[in-house]
Ligand binder design. Structure first.
Ligand code: PLP
Length: 368
């Protein structure tokens, strides 16, 4: 099976892990984090051209810490897409605030700025755009709306490390950006995450939140949790940072080739490829197409032929048993997307032969 994603682990990660084990310092409860946590944070901040990167133990923790740092209260509403991994919604709901679902656009699968503005009420405090599949959300429009209504913008960049919007790294455009290092992501530490910000004030609060609100020992000043990234995970993440450009480049080569091969005259009647937009550069976390007919049949055919084509996300969050209790009304494009999207593997371990096989099987499935 060609998996949908695969961690890129080599001898360098192995050696860094062994060093941590030999040194015997597996974590640090200091405010600034362990040695490798700090190394990783420095490398990530440099890569993203952002002032602060704060490592935590998941993307969910990154979102949760940002929402707490933004001072969100139980009476507040936060605007999020429903077409996302449920962690975006859970991070809001667990603070007691209300997630309000915004529809997406067909061309990017990200937040529709028009629907976003329509959903603003007196209670709205923040917007969490999600750069789904690595496609940057329309940040110019979203920031403009946020400025007009004095809202905080927290980017869910869990899938978009390395994606650019107007030449800027996603996750560095709003007040805070949240990244995941889950095993499937473009850069992984197994589990892990990070928050980025250019604000010294947010950075200070975030460092406290990840460590029980403490600064110097047992002096809890605000509510916080154990969101610390262990040193073994940081060792993996730090090593991965050194090859991030190479890994992204390989994804780009694979995605370009796949796009060319899928450009079949007959198949294209039923197949929507990722859209080109001058404002953006994708990290190609996932190569996601829309199949106008028979998505599930095509997926089964690909899986039966050893290709790990996967659907992200069906059902969308507002149609899950828990969230459907809170949501009224249709999200037309979200519901359309959940029934048509299919993601194909383009990760760095996918070979040129694999890409040829994937493209030929997609075309064959559509034509059969
Ligand atoms: C869009 C999105 N948001 C949030 C998360 C949560 O990240 P994690 O799984 O590291 O907690 C993920 C990752 O799975 C994600 O894809």
């Amino acid at each position: 099976m060609i998996p949908i994603n695969k961690p890129q682990i080599d001898e360098n990660e192995r050696q860094e892990i062994l060093k941590v084990l030999d040194e015997g310092i597996l974590t640090s409860a200091s405010n600034s984090g362990g040695k490798r946590v700090q190394d990783f944070e420095g490398l990530l901040a440099d890569f993203l051209h952002v002032k602060h990167a704060i490592a935590v133990n998941s993307g969910t923790a990154a979102l949760n810490a940002s929402i707490l740092a933004a001072g969100i209260k139980e009476t507040d509403e936060i605007l999020i897409p429903s077409f996302t991994f449920v962690a975006t919604a859970n991070s809001v709901a667990c603070t007691g605030a209300k997630p309000v679902f915004v529809d997406i656009e067909k061309d990017t699968y990200t937040m529709n700025p028009l629907d976003l503005e329509n959903k603003i009420t007196k209670k709205t405090r923040a917007i969490i755009p999600v750069h789904l599949y690595g496609h940057p959300a329309k940040m110019d429009e979203i920031l403009e709306i946020a400025r007009k209504h004095s809202l905080i913008v927290i980017e869910d960049a869990c899938q978009s490390l390395g994606s650019l919007y107007n030449g800027k790294q996603t996750g560095t455009i709003g007040q805070m950006g949240c990244f995941s290092m889950y095993a499937s992501k473009v850069l992984t530490s197994g589990e892990g995450g990070a928050i980025t910000t250019n604000s010294d004030e947010y950075a200070e609060i975030l460092r406290m939140i990840r460590n029980h609100g403490m600064v110097h020992g047992y002096d809890t000043r605000i509510i916080g949790f154990n969101m610390r990234l262990p040193e073994i995970s940081a060792a993996i993440a730090k090593t991965q940072m050194k090859k991030i450009r190479l890994m992204l480049e390989k994804r780009t080569v694979n995605a370009k080739k796949l796009g060319e091969l899928l450009n079949d005259r007959i198949a294209r009647k039923y197949l929507v490829l990722p859209q080109d937009d001058k404002r953006v550069k994708y990290n190609w976390y996932l190569y996601t197409v829309a199949l106008i007919n028979n998505r599930d049949r095509v997926k089964k055919f690909l899986n039966d032929n050893g290709i790990g084509a996967t659907v992200y996300y069906d059902p969308p969050v507002h149609q899950t048993p828990y969230y459907s209790k809170f949501h009224n009304g249709k999200l037309e494009v979200t519901e359309w997307a959940s029934k048509t999207v299919l993601s194909l593997p383009v990760h760095p371990s996918v070979t040129e032969n694999d890409i040829e096989l994937i493209a030929s099987k997609v075309v064959e499935a559509i034509k059969s």
